[in-house]
Design a binder for this molecule. Sequence first.
Ligand code: SF4
Length: 397
Amino acid sequence: MPNDSNADKKDDHNCEERLNELKKFVSAGVWEGVSLIDWEDWHWQLRNRIATIDQLENLIKLSPEEQADVLLAEKRLALGITPYFFNLIDKHDLSCPIRRQVIPRIEETQSMPWERDDPCGEESSSPVPGIVHRYPDRVLFLVTDRCASYCRYCTRSRMVSNATGYDFHPEFERQVAYIREHKEVRDVLLSGGDPLLLNDDKIDEILKRLRQIPHIEMLRIGTRIPIFLPQRITAELCDILKKYHPLFISIHTNHPRELTVESRKALGRLADAGIPLGNQSVLLKGVNDDVVVMKALVQKLLMCRVKPYYLYQCDLVSGSEHLRTSIKKGIEIMIGLRGFTTGYAIPQYVIDAPNGGGKIPINPNYIVSQNDERIILRNYEGKLYEYPEPICLNVVK
Ligand code: SF4
């Protein structure tokens, strides 16, 4: 039986912690005096996004590298940061891991020969605009071109930077018709842009239309809203989402500091609505290319009821070289996680292969040698173990 008085104390503590965090947020900088009601209103957060260079420079002292690039940013990858997420930046730390994800830098203007605007070759697997059909039984359905904030390494920057702000994709009916006609498709992943930026009615409509297709078994949503705009995860939205099970949500978090009291509350609401939650992280230089940081992130995710799902090697998107880290570093991080923390906390490290090759797992090698009779394995501590193959495999018939 739960101890009610302990649970109450914990709730009181959580409320107090949340209130303190909110007070800290709304008393900062230009948002001083904003009411908690406004601060917790996702429409207010969107209306007050930092979207211009002037707004950014009024709020934070930019480094020369940042100053140079924000001038160009308006012509390239869109600039957008919600006040909530902006307040997670340590204003005095030029190498703040939150800052590196959303404030443009001069390095973005340098493109390497191997970089592409469409690094994963999505356009070449797109039978209908906004549908990517690469794997046999599932499709990616790009329902909007907008996001709450813009990540500097976005794989779909070609799309979100030219956002027309459509709510339904202009080809929505053709997209749904394609899915209906392709009976091999059993899994639809809604992405964009960010699907949870749509209003409740539109989300309801899209999910309802997809659920009417008999061969669709599962629905998934890829979103960074619980991290950029946790205020959007309202009880009303959760009531809509839970009508369409089995529905899975993949969030996108890169650093443990993104998992605030607010985001934890939003994720709790989604989990309480029966939605299995997974996280996708991108391995980014100066953000999370460190085993201590990554371990803290995956452990904190589990505390938010989110299973670490993928760790992506950064895609070869134009202007991302300064944010990429080596594959050797990624493997080192995976070695530092496996065995050293809960198995549930271990994501699959993958490279989404250039030009449409799809996700390819990258694993540390725990096999020392292997023949028909035995395999020699190395455990997480570096100790060697032998495991015999079944003897009947070696009997000649
Ligand atoms: S939230 Fe996703 S789609 Fe939007 S900018 Fe970030 S990575 Fe790109």
